[in-house]
Design a protein around this ligand. Structure first.
Ligand code: BG6
Ligand code: MG
Length: 218
């Protein structure tokens, strides 16, 4: 009885997860804080502030310094997204969104990012979505269910009628905490708790997703 699809943005519809990583790496290098791709795994999907606090570890910074570092990272990130275009949609995304609309499934994007609306505009998918929840929408970040509940509310659907698409562990936890169906995109080490795991959206149809979710039910 699924009537709504809620998509995370960074790392699901487009590969901005890589840009977030590179922006943090540049900041960490400048501050001579130890950081690499492996450490970045723990940052996937979580808020800007929590990400910075994880990178900083037990090194002491003033509140003003932390603010400045968050702004600096965001500047680097915005430099990356400036040149984005519709060609940055990941394979299979546009056709899936189009299919969902044809099937009258409501579509929301629920991203922790305060840059989500900019990215959505660059990707030229604003017309395909019914609601957007972003880094300004709720107080408690993922893994709290709040952002997904906010999105479902915007779609006027109960949680159990929604399926969440996520690439981050924190996002799958948030979807499950919200009482929604979940599809994890990426390796099982990351999204293995989801009801269904897909490598990506290439050649993926709504019918295919439904049949995988049904297998889970039976
Ligand atoms: C999430 C990303 O979508 O948004 C995280 O997965 C990021 O990596 C978070 O930290 C916050 O984004 P922003 O753009 O508000 O710093
Ligand atoms: Mg993500």
């Amino acid at each position: 009885n699924l009537r709504g699809a809620i998509f995370d943005l960074d790392g699901v519809l487009t590969d901005t997860a890589e840009y977030h990583y590179r922006a943090w790496q540049r900041l960490a290098d400048e501050e001579e804080l130890p950081f690499d791709r492996q450490a970045n795994e723990a940052l996937r999907g979580i808020s800007r502030r929590e990400s910075l606090l994880k990178i900083v570890g037990d090194r002491t910074y003033s509140a003003a310094q932390l603010e400045e570092m968050m702004e600096r990272k965001n500047r680097y990130y915005q430099e990356f997204i400036e040149s984005m275009s519709p060609s940055d949609l990941l394979p299979g995304v546009r056709s899936l969104l189009t299919e969902l609309r044809q099937q009258q499934i409501k579509i929301a994007i629920a991203s922790a990012s305060k840059n989500a609306r900019t990215v959505i505009e660059k990707l030229n998918i604003t017309e395909l979505v019914d609601a957007i929840a972003d880094g300004y929408s709720v107080e408690r970040p993922k893994p709290a269910p709040d952002l997904f509940l906010y999105a479902a509310n915007q779609l006027k659907l109960p949680p159990a009628a929604c399926v969440v698409f996520e690439d981050a562990t924190a996002g799958i936890e948030a979807a499950l905490a919200a009482g929604m169906w979940s599809v994890g995109l990426g390796p099982v080490e990351r999204v293995g708790n989801a009801h269904v795991v897909l490598p990506n959206f290439a050649d993926i149809t709504w019918a295919g997703i439904l049949s995988k979710l049904n297998q889970h039910l039976s």
